[in-house]
Structures are given as C-alpha cells and as structure tokens.
Design a protein around this ligand. Structure first.
Ligand code: AMP
Length: 978
C-alpha cells in the first residue's frame, strides 16, 4: 500500500453547506448534495477494493464525505461507484455537478503505463429503489469526465492539485427516480462533492400578480403561466409570463389594478390612509381629500363634505365641496314702456362653482306693495325666466301703469342639496305708457263682388285710449308690391272698390297717444262673384287707392331716373334689380339703397349713429373682414350700461370707394331693427380708424359653430336656430331687401344660441365672400347657395334668398357639412339644372327635408315665402312629435338622391318610369319581369329579394331603397303645409 499514490487532496473550495432540497441559486432545486451528508453516504462500490469512502473536512473544518480511487499501478481497472436511489421529484431535466481532483499521470512516479486521466459518468432510471442490486450493463453513459487542469504550478515550483467542477445535463427523465454511477478505468481521482439538481422558475410577484413555482419542460418551448392578482386588486388584463428552460421568467404581459380605496405599495395593494381617498381602481397613489372635505377612516373611496358644503351628482370626487351662491347684487331696472330690462351683478360668493345661473320671479303688486300675486302667463321673459347664464333679462308684455316686484335668485349645481333658506335680490318697478298690443280677432261680416265688411275686437292690452286703427290690405297675388291703407275710428270697416273673386290679405294695427301697436297677423279674405251691396256709412275711412300708390311709385321712378341722369352716378351694380329711391308711404318701412344717395355720408348719418371713439375699448381680434380686422371690445356710452361689441375696422390706405363700400354695410344694417338681424350700435367716421360697431355675437359664425359642436344639439334646438334665421329673413324681405349671400357662414350666433343674419354689403357682398365664383356672365356668385335663375341671369329676389335658405337648413341639419361636398361649381350648376338635389342629412326630420326641397323648387314662384317658413317652423316647434319621422337616405355624394324635383317624385306613374329616372335601367328590366308593381312592395324588398331578381350590386340597392323611403315619406306626409 505504500506505493499507492496519495489522492488526499487539498480542499480549496468552500461552498456554504445547505440542507437537502435547497440550492445555490434560487432557481435550482437540489435532489442530492453529497456535502450535506454528515455520516456515511452508503453508496455501493464494486469491486470493493475500487472506490473508497473517506471522511475529510473542508476549509471550515466541516466534515464531508468523499470517494476516491487510485489503482494506477494495476492493469484492467473497472471500478464502479453507484449512488443511492434519487427520487426525480417534478424534474424533467436534471443537472449533475461534480467537484473532483484528478492527478495527472506524469506527476506519479513509477506508474506502469496503465494510468488514466478520465472517468465515466452513468445513470439509470427506475420506478423504485432497487436496494443493493447493481448491474453495470443497465446503466447509460452520460459522458467521459476529464479534468480541465490537474495541477497548478506554485511560485516555488510545487504542483498543487486543482479542484475541477463539471456539470452535465441529463434528460428528459420520466421514471420516478434514478441512480448515478461513476466508472473508473485506472485514474487517480477523488470525487469531492456530487450535487444533482433541476431548475425551476421560482414563485414571484410581477405587476401586482403572483406566479407560482414552475418547472420548465425539457424541450425548448416556454411554459406559459397565468398569474393571480394580489389581494385587494383585480385583473385589468389577464397577467401572464413565460418560464424558460433556464428557470427564468420572461415577457410579463397584462396587469392587475389596486381596488378602489387601495394603492400599490411594494408588491401589495394597501388601504388608503386617513385623509386620503381613491375613487377608482388603478395603480395611482391615494389622493389627498380636496378642500372642504375629509376622510376620517382609512380605506376611503370618497371624502365626505364638511357641514354646509355639497357635491352634486355630476361633480367628480377630485372636486372641492361647494356651497350655494350668495344672492345677486346691485339690481338695476331700465323701463321701456311695458317692458323692463333687469340687470344685476354676479353674487359676491359663487360658492366655489362656475355653474351659477339665475331665476327671475315676477310678481304683480297693488299700490303700496302690500299684496302681490304671481304674474300670469302673458308676461314674456327674454331669453327666459329661469336658468339664465347672463346677468340680465328683459321682461316684456307687462301691463301699463302697474307695479311689479322681481325676485332674482342665484343658483348653482348644489343649491338643490342645501336646506338653508334661499336668498333673493328684489327690485320693484312701475311700468309706463305703452303702445297697444296687436289686434288678435278679425271677423268678416259681409262680402260682395267689390267690397268686404269686417269688424274686430279691441286689442287685449290697449294700454291707453285708442285713437284709430290702421287697416292695410292688398291683393294676395300682388305680394305687397302695392297696397291700400285706411284709417278707421271704430272697430269695423268696409273695403270698397275691390276686384270680384279675388283674394285679399289684410293687417290691422291700433294707435294710441303712445304710437302704433304691433300689426295683427295677416288675414285672408275673398270677394264673391255674386253682387252684394253694402253700406260704409259708419266707417270714417281715408282711402288711398292702389292707383294712387302706383302713381306715387311712378312719379318716384321718374324723379330717380332724372336725378341719376343729372348726377351721372351709377347707383347699382345689379342691373336686374334697380331699387327705387326711398318712398315713405304712410305706415310702411322700406329698405333704402344707400347708393341712391348722392352723398354717401348723408346716407350713413341718416341711418347710423356717430359714436365717440373714446367710448370704444378694443379687446382682441376675432376675425378678418374684407376691409380690415374684426375685433371684440366694449362700448360705454354716457348714462348707458357697458356692452360687448364687435368692431369692424377699415384698414389704413383705403380709397374713397373702399370707404364708401365699407360704410354702406352700416347704412344698410342701420335701417334694420329685428332680433334676428345683427344690430348696428353706430359708426366712427370722424376719427381714424373708421369703424362699424355692432352687437357682439359670442359664438361667431354659424358654420364654424356647428362644426365645433357636431351632433351636440337636439332637433328642437336646431329648428329654433332655423326659425330665428327665417324670422330675420322675413323681416328683410318685408323691407324689400334681398340678401343675395345667405349662407351659414354669414349667420352669427350669440351666447344664447340666437342666430342673426349678417353681412350686408352692396357691391362688395359677393366680392367679399370666398365662396363666390365668377359666372359666365361676369358677376361673382356663391354657386352652391344660389338659385339657378340668379346664377343664369342674375335674377336675385326674396325667392332666390329662399333657395339659399334651403341650403342653410341643409347646412344646419348636417352640422356645417359643405353643400355638394367636393363637387366642382360647374358640376353643381349642371346637376342642379338637371333636377338633382342634395340628399337629406343624417337623422334629418322628413318635414325639414321637405322644406329644403320646397325651397329648391325650380320655379321660384313655387318656393315658400319667409312668413310661411316661419309659421311652418313654429308649428314644428309646437308639435315636436312631427319631427320624429326621419327622412331616410344616405348622405354621401355618390348616393345623392336623384330626386328630379322638377318632376316631383310622387308624380312618377309607373315603377318603370321611376326606375328609369333613377338611372337604374339595368334593374328596370329585371323588376318589370319580376312583377314588382307597387312602391310599397318594392320598399319592403330585402337584400335577399334583390339578389333573387339579380340585383347584386349594393349601390343600386341602396339607391332604390332610399328613394323609395323618400317616396313613401312624401306619400305619407303629403306636401308640407306651408
Ligand atoms: P365679416 O367681415 O362680417 O364676414 O366678419 C368676419 C368674421 O368676424 C366673421 O366670420 C366672424 O367670425 C367675426 N365677426 C364679425 N362680426 C361679428 C360679431 N358681431 N360678433 C362676433 N364676431 C363677429
């Protein structure tokens, strides 16, 4: 034994000893660690003089067990060492780590040449522990193990044995357990430690989800693992990760969100601390309670309001708690006959909110104010009595010489939640003398071939002694171009000298010391073909015959023409529409073309007030006009309240013609006085810059406004806007003014959604409009908005304005869509001429689409008049259910309804004719063959039915169905009663 070389080796390694089934790395699970065993390992050595189990110590003097063999002096060595049975656990692939020393044969003197420098590693899988049985041929070889380096050279030339570490993978393993075996064939080797382990992805928490210990598969495939959200959290997106074969977690996907009242802290979700809240799930931190609120408990989803502070249902939890506003202040009343403008200051305390509105209550009081009762329905509030967002209201239709008290209350979003008594500001007024209210009831007493006798009731509110009545009448056909005015002392009159079998329109208004009251609505009467005599003794009338009116007009024409000759001044750029000089007929106001004035400055001073430039403060630029900037600003006139105004300026360096054209807009605007026409405040002509000052319209032009608020209004609101525009246009047409450029871009909208007609130029009207294009006849015209006769031969009339109004209705109902989309002007002219019309906008009520089609009648005499449009819209507003039937057709250019309104859709007598007109000739033959004879049958036709008869292309199907729907709507509703 002396010559046996020593293999007791230096233990220069020091792995910390760990217990069974623990590992060096957190993702390694040990199945065997020889170092952990303090006693004998009990492995089988065969033959018995081969491998030897020896006790030793590591560098910490911890006892360890090693095996060694060194039979290098003998031939044919075959020494086996087999471990105990190692259960596989859940491993699919195992790793064997060997630490060993191996002497190189050169370092052993006197070896006989049999010395080896390797040994072999084997394994065998079994379902159970087989005890001491050992058959070497049942083992499979894993690898031959050699030392990386057997010795290290020291400085002194000594050779030191080096500890080698080798790791081998084995797998897949499938049976319950396995043995390892080490075969020595004549080396000098010491097995210092044997460690067997497998890898796993260890339990972890990512994105607030826990992932369990997971053993990877033996293949290269990743294992997908579903995570579970930690306590107090919920899945926002299912959490997942992949476990790699190396036991690493990869690609975290999805996440969990901490519940309401919980916030993420580390890898957990914890309750909010007192004073903090969290109202929605998520991984943000809890927020501090907003002002005037508190959370005494931990884990609060919301903070509660302090006493007398509230949160409305719509308030977000992040908003401070608020309280009702204090009462309005400094109420001022300005009385004008029987109306009063009330004006007040914002409350000192708005309660911390911006949604302050005001309610005004009207009470009628007896002298001495001792007894007050609520004002009855007749009193009108403009814009309304409740929910006012501005600090002003006009109350009209009060009784003359009567005491009223108004209570003004400020409210905000939490007023309804407070039980505190409400605070009002009050003001008491006494109304003045006022003009009488309109005559409401007129009765026909007798008619004959040439006369009609009428009587009427005194106005409901005469507001004084009625001096006389003015009766105005004209032939319906003449459309107010000539008319007759009579005055009656009493409440009846006989109209003589009428044409037999003719329809007349008539209006009456009463006069008191305070002036004329409003006109009655127009009443229609017809003379009879029979002769019938009447007496007019009781009526003291002044007859101004139609012939006299005509004579005055003729005379005026002569004067006008003569004046024109002498001055050499061309007044109108529109030869088709020369306007007459201002002829003041008793009781009627007519628009006067400022160009008929020889001196334009005279016109401007007749119709517009000169303002002192020092009263105007310009705030900012809001738009660009043709002549200069449009600004917003304030106008403060002596003894009047400051108002917001728009200021149009004339840029410097203008020519005299430009100045005249610029101011002509004011000369025109100044003649109008109507709630739906932009109001002129005045002009500055004596200083520079020259300015036109008008009321300010907070929401700017209607087209942009609608585009900004796409689909945000109710149909009734839209109809309300259209009603305003129609009412303004009625006023203009009554005045004899033709606008020529009516379009949504020329309508302005104020903060109360009131629409007002604007843009009154003369020669400049169309030059200024970017939409205007030159026509073949030389003028510039906004093609898409203009009636065909105005494009073709410049026939501009109120009827051509009605056409434009139809386009405005379309613009409004489509929230500012461009009429005819991207079609070229030429294509628009051609299509309209061929009878094509715009299709109904999406969700457009059928009644409004019918109104559009009526406005787009080719024959201008068939288009509705503006008074008819106003009363139609009023009917629709009073009866909102009439707006529920929707005109049905897709609104895109390629599906434009090919509605030849020249020949109304209802007039097609056979389906064949109609289909032909629809340009669906290929379908026509098919339908003829398939016996679809009536519109109804066709309308109910499904896509499947279409397929059966051979119509497979979607275009014609849609076109057919939408047009049938239009036909049906038309047939159901009949023509709109305008
Ligand atoms: P105009 O020269 O009248 O076409 O005005 C040009 C632009 O100025 C309009 O499109 C509006 O945006 C703005 N604007 C004109 N008048 C007013 C007004 N009275 N109130 C508010 N904005 C206005």
């Amino acid at each position: 034994m002396d010559c046996k070389p020593s293999v007791l080796l230096l233990f220069l390694f020091s792995p910390v000893c760990q217990g069974h089934l623990t590992s060096h790395h957190s993702n390694e699970v040990n199945l065997l660690d020889s170092k952990a065993s303090q006693g004998e390992l009990g492995w089988i050595s065969y033959p018995s003089h081969g491998w030897e189990e020896i006790s030793g110590v590591d560098e910490h003097y911890t006892p360890i067990r090693t095996f060694q063999v060194c039979n290098v002096m003998e031939y044919s060595q075959n020494n086996w060492l087999r471990t105990n049975w190692i259960p596989r656990n859940s491993a699919q692939k195992i790793y064997v780590e060997l630490k060993f020393t191996l002497r190189d044969c050169n370092s052993i003197p006197l070896v006989l040449g049999t010395c080896k420098e390797t040994f072999n590693l084997y394994y065998m899988e079994t379902e159970e522990d087989q005890g001491d049985q050992f058959w070497e041929h049942q083992f499979s070889k894993i690898d031959t193990i050699a030392a990386d380096e057997s010795f290290t050279q020291t400085d002194l030339g000594d050779r030191i044995l080096k500890l080698n570490t080798e790791v081998r993978e084995v797998g897949p393993v499938a049976q319950k357990g396995f043995y390892l075996a080490f075969q020595d064939v004549g080396a000098c080797v010491a097995l210092v430690t044997v460690r067997v382990y497998f890898k796993k992805c260890p339990f972890t928490v990512r994105n607030l989800a826990t992932f369990p210990d997971t053993v990877p598969t033996d293949s290269q495939a990743l294992v997908e693992v579903r995570g579970s959200c930690v306590n107090n959290s919920r899945e926002a997106e299912p959490p997942r990760m992949y476990c790699s074969t190396e036991g690493e977690w990869l690609v975290p996907i999805g996440k969990c969100l901490c519940d309401v009242a919980h916030e993420p802290r580390g890898v957990t979700c914890q309750v909010c601390r007192p004073g903090f809240y969290k109202s929605s799930p998520g991984n943000l931190r809890c927020s501090k309670c907003p002002p005037h609120s508190h959370a005494h408990q931990e884990g609060s989803a919301h903070c509660s309001c302090e006493k007398n502070y509230f949160r409305s249902e719509a308030d977000p939890s992040s908003m401070a708690c608020t309280r009702p506003p204090s009462s309005p202040r400094n109420v001022i009343s300005v009385i004008n006959e029987t109306s009063v403008i009330l004006d007040w200051s914002w409350p000192a305390d708005s309660g911390g909110r911006k949604d302050v509105t005001f309610n005004v209550v009207c009470k009628r009081c007896s002298a001495g104010q001792r007894k007050c009762e609520a004002c009855r329905g007749a009193v009108r509030f403009l814009p309304r009595p409740a929910g006012l967002s501005n600090t002003t209201v006009t109350v009209a239709d009060l009784l003359a010489h009567t005491n009223y008290t108004f209570e003004i209350e400020a409210l905000n979003g939490v007023s309804a939640l407070s039980s505190e008594p409400r605070q009002f500001a009050t003001v008491t007024i006494t109304t003045n003398q006022a003009a009488p209210s309109p005559v409401a009831v007129i009765r026909k007493d007798r008619t004959s071939r040439n006369s009609i006798s009428l009587s009427w009731l005194e106005p409901e509110r005469p507001n004084g002694i009625i001096l006389d009545y003015e009766v105005k009448f004209y032939e319906k056909q003449e459309q107010e171009t000539s008319y007759t005015i009579l005055r009656a002392k009493g409440t009846n009159v006989t109209l003589n000298g009428l044409k037999p079998d003719t329809i007349y329109l008539l209006q009456i208004r009463a006069r008191t010391a305070a002036g004329y009251g409003g006109s009655s609505r127009k009443f229609e009467f017809e003379t009879s073909p029979d002769s019938f005599s009447i007496s007019s003794e009781n009526s003291q009338v002044v007859l101004v015959a139609i012939s006299s009116a005509v004579a005055i007009i003729l005379l005026s024409v002569v004067v006008y023409l003569l004046l024109g000759r002498f001055c050499g001044y061309s007044k109108s750029k529109h030869p088709d529409e020369k306007r007459l000089p201002f002829v003041r007929l008793p009781g009627i106001r007519t628009y006067v073309d400022p160009h008929t004035y020889e001196d334009p400055t005279q016109a401007i001073h007749e119709f517009a007030r000169e303002l002192d430039a020092s009263c105007i403060a310009i705030d900012k630029v809001v738009g660009a006009g043709e002549f200069g900037e449009v600004c917003s600003g304030r106008l403060k006139q002596p003894s009047k309240k400051e108002t917001c105004v728009a200021i149009k300026t004339l840029k410097s360096g203008y020519t005299e013609t430009q100045r005249r054209d610029f101011l002509s807009e004011a000369s025109i605007m100044g003649q109008f006085d109507h709630p739906n026409i932009i109001r002129l405040e005045g002009v500055v002509t004596r200083n520079k810059p020259v300015m036109i000052v008008t009321e300010y319209m907070e929401n700017g032009s209607l087209d942009c406004f609608l585009r900004r608020h796409d689909a945000q209004f109710t149909v009734i609101q839209l109809v309300g806007m259209l009603r305003g525009i129609a009412s303004g246009m009625k006023y203009l047409s009554d005045m004899g003014y033709v606008h020529r450029d009516l379009a949504a871009r020329n309508i302005l909208v104020n903060s109360n959604l009131v629409c007002k007609v604007s843009d009154f130029g003369l020669s400049r009207v169309l030059e200024d409009d970017p939409e205007a294009a030159y026509t073949t006849r030389g003028g510039k015209i906004p093609i898409r908005w203009t009636a065909p006769e105005a494009i073709a031969y410049r026939k501009f009339t109120s009827a051509s304005d009605a056409w434009s109004y139809g386009i405005v209705v379309w613009e409004v109902m489509s929230y500012g869509e461009r009429p005819y989309w991207e079609m070229s002007n030429q294509d628009v002219i051609k299509a309209v001429d061929e009878g094509y019309r715009l299709p109904p906008p999406m969700d457009c009520p059928a009644a409004l689409y019918q109104l559009m089609l009526d406005c787009w009648q080719k024959d201008r005499n068939n288009r509705p008049k503006f008074d008819q449009i106003v009363s139609l819209l009023d009917k629709l507003i009073r009866n909102p259910s009439s707006l529920k039937i929707i005109a049905n057709a897709p609104s895109s250019p390629e599906n434009m309804l090919l509605d030849r309104t020249g020949a109304d859709i209802a007039t097609f007598c056979s389906m064949g004719d109609w289909l032909e007109s629809m340009h669906t000739l290929s379908c026509k033959d098919i339908f003829n063959g398939a016996s679809y004879s009536s519109c109804n049958t066709l309308a109910k036709t499904s896509t499947e039915d279409f397929k059966q008869v051979g119509v497979t292309i979607l275009g014609p199907q849609k076109k057919i169905v939408s047009s049938i729907t239009a036909l049906e709507t038309h047939a159901k509703n009949g023509p709109v009663p305008v």
